[in-house]
Write a protein of this length. Sequence first.
Length: 359
Amino acid sequence: MDSTLDLLTLGFVPGLSPRAASLLLARGPLAPTLAHPEDHADLLGAAGVTSLRGGSVRREAEVELESARRLGVDVVGRDEHRYPKWLRRTHTPPLALWVRGTLVPDEGESAVAIVGSRAASPLGLGFAERLAGELASAGVVVVSGLARGIDAAAHRGALAASGRTVAVLGSGLDRLYPLENGYLADRIGETGALVSEFPLGTRPWKSNFPRRNRVIAGWARAVVVVEAGERSGALSTARAAADEGRDVMAVPGHPFEPQAEGANALLRDGAALVRGSRDVLAELGVEAPRGREAAPEDAVLRAMTKGVPACVDEIQARSGLALPVVLARLSALELEGSVARLSGGLFAREAPRHGYTRP
């Protein structure tokens, strides 16, 4: 087993890619490699060999561990027993994880990643929050990326259900992004875990997020895409999940909606259809808690009079449900054909015979 300090030292070698690091580790124990870097110049490169010979990256790793300790952040090497087992099984697992909170190494079997657009619709946000809450209530760990939109909604839903949620960042844990999710991050750290594969002080550079997405995919047994445009970063998470043999699922959207293009494309290519938590739990082989989906849906339908269109505010007032729940159920009912979306932001209990009009 390689020590966390040795793994961290390797991680600080300049220009060393995750793939090259994995190839290097496959050659044998890390300590002799760090002591004789010239024997592995083909992977380390000239700069890497020089930095290891001079001891600069070793000192950098020692300083990092001390800085993390002062901030209350754990640095967990991939050979430690606390390291998530499902993530360790991926093609290029991070050498180390920076963690605020608690790691549960065996939770991958019961973990689902919920990801999607930052510029999500109200219906998408409501659906993601409710989906996460119902999954958390069934004992599923909800994993996401703490981004605006669907990610934040998924974390909120899990927390509201008193469930466990894990947020994987694309920056150092001391460089929280986006800042607006600071309170949410604090709550996640108290009962779940904030995680990054990037050292302290790392800014949220655009190039970090594909690496962040592969960790999200590797952490969980399945990935659910709620809303995603044609170029959404959520699609890279789905691709990473497929590459690792994990389940990929998607929530369908109306073909006129740009946010639905990516999710609909995943469904076209074979992703499992998600209309609610029961679909996800069925894919996982987990029995859904009885009655968790039926009551809100019935309340929404009861709040709507057949043949009389109503706006969302009216439906919420009659149902007594929270707005995100109403939006999520309307979206699900629309997909099932029980409710039609009309022009002017109205909804009708039964779809008109000739379809419905777009605003």
